[in-house]
Design a protein around this ligand. Structure first.
Ligand code: NDP
Ligand SMILES: O=C1OC[C@@H](O)[C@H](O)[C@H]1O
Length: 392
């Protein structure tokens, strides 16, 4: 008989920045009252800051973690904690390879923020280590686990718009300034090459996510894509605007993934001006509206119904007690279920798909002449790398 007790996943949070705070608050929501989830739950066991233990302490207070949660002043201490089941890597992309490898080497399950790494070779090495250590490993593309994504994938598979031959997806931030900048300081992770900055690895990955989850993910026989890219470089050397055409010739399908720090997807911040994602099948279309990382509406326009439009809206549930909900808890629930069930990778975002997406982004950046420093592109693990010790 199935147990009524939810499976508990114990988390260690690596880094204390913006997304660490947001994700941890989602972890701390009540799954039952927030989103009607009763089979899994989450516990925040510890958080670590590479800057100081005090920063980790302040972080735990800020997110209202239970008083039992431990604060560490180093990533090494975090990955050595035997009470932790899974490490959430929430550092800039520049650090993901070294930080995720530190955790995998220690035998921990890992959920690593997007973009998974800076290079495809780094991503392959992480997957190899996850296999060697027999642990769960997943790229934290939260969009894949949101109900709207699941529904859109189901709709496509049901054949309601026929075979999908083209997807156009955009995530652009509209930060153009009169002085020619894109509003981020040159040292900010969005544009700083030392932190693997640039529109593609940070935002364009969501446009690619829609291209991939609506086409490549659903291919029965996987086909390697061809890639053509146009890249506009920012004065820091990172990309400020990147447009990629991904082609699967045998499937007769093409995806166009767009991203820009200058232009916005829509005229307002909610991107309601038009569909951010347009999925075109031979029998109709699906339009998805809202920022590609967390869109809240789709429309199905069926050719066989004379263009009749069905509109479906979604919302992000909140924990009534915490007055909080960002929509990252669904990916956390996926980690818990996979680990409970002994799975090492998620079916919604298999390792192979993360690797192919990294290859596409690497190729696009190569075509655009974007390069990153050796410290962050090496695929040789170094536990004492400044990226792991925080000695900047
Ligand atoms: N899924 C999503 O919706 C989002 C995902 N992200 C992803 O999360 C990652 C982190 O982004 P975000 O939280 O916005 O970044 P922040 O700059 O807010 O935080 C990054 C944290 O990483 C740690 N860190 C370690 N070394 C450095 C360094 N040299 N420079 C800066 N920080 C360092 C710091 O924590 P400490 O000092 O405590 O070690 C810092 O607080 C990125 O890869 C990004 O793509 C970001 C936003 C949204
Ligand atoms: O992943 C992300 O999604 C939301 C954006 O605000 C952020 O810059 C990006 O990293």
């Amino acid at each position: 008989m199935a147990s009524n007790t939810p499976f508990t996943l114990k988390w260690g949070i690596m880094a204390t920045g913006w997304i660490a705070e947001t994700f941890t608050q989602d972890l701390l929501t009540n799954p039952a009252t927030t989103r009607d989830v009763h089979d899994v739950r989450h516990e925040v066991v510890a958080a670590a800051s590479s800057s100081s233990k005090q920063r980790a302490d302040e972080f735990l207070v800020k997110v209202k973690a239970p008083s039992s949660a431990k604060a560490y002043g180093s990533y090494h201490e975090l990955v050595a904690d035997p009470d932790i089941d899974i490490i959430y890597v929430a550092t800039p992309h520049s650090h993901h390879f070294q930080n995720a490898m530190l955790a995998l080497e220690a035998g921990k399950n890992v959920l690593c923020e997007k973009a998974l790494t800076v290079t495809a070779s780094q991503a392959r090495k992480l997957v190899d280590m996850a296999k060697k250590k027999n642990v769960f490993f997943m790229e934290a593309v939260w969009t894949r686990y949101q109900p709207i994504s699941i529904k859109v994938r189901e709709l496509i598979q049901s054949g309601v718009i026929g075979p999908v031959y083209r997807v156009v997806a955009d995530l652009s931030f509209g930060n153009d300034q009169p002085d020619g900048t894109v509003s981020f300081a040159d040292t900010h992770r969005m544009v700083n090459p030392d932190l693997a900055g640039g529109a593609l690895l940070d935002l364009g990955i969501y446009s690619l996510t829609w291209v991939f989850q609506t086409m490549y993910h659903l291919q029965k026989e996987k086909e390697k894509p061809k890639v053509v890219a146009a890249v506009q470089k920012y004065h820091t050397g990172a990309d400020e605007s990147t447009s990629i055409i991904v082609q699967w010739p045998q499937h007769k399908s093409q995806g166009i993934a767009l991203t820009s720090l200058r232009l916005a997807t829509g005229v307002d911040k909610e991107n309601t001006g038009g569909p951010a994602i347009r999925i075109q099948g031979s029998g109709g279309e699906i339009h998805v509206t809202g920022p590609a990382f967390r869109p809240l509406q789709y429309k199905v326009i069926r050719g066989d119904a004379g263009g009749k439009i069905e509109t479906v809206d979604f919302s992000i549930p909140k924990d009534p007690e915490r007055d909080w909900g960002h929509g990252m808890f669904w990916e956390a629930d996926e980690c818990a279920r996979c680990i409970r069930d002994g799975k090492k990778e998620s079916e919604s975002l298999p390792w192979e798909e993360s690797l192919v997406m990294m290859e596409v982004m690497e190729e696009a950046l190569k075509q655009g002449g974007v390069t990153y420093p050796d410290l962050i592109t090496t695929d040789v693990f170094d536990a004492q790398s400044p990226l792991n010790t925080g000695k900047r």
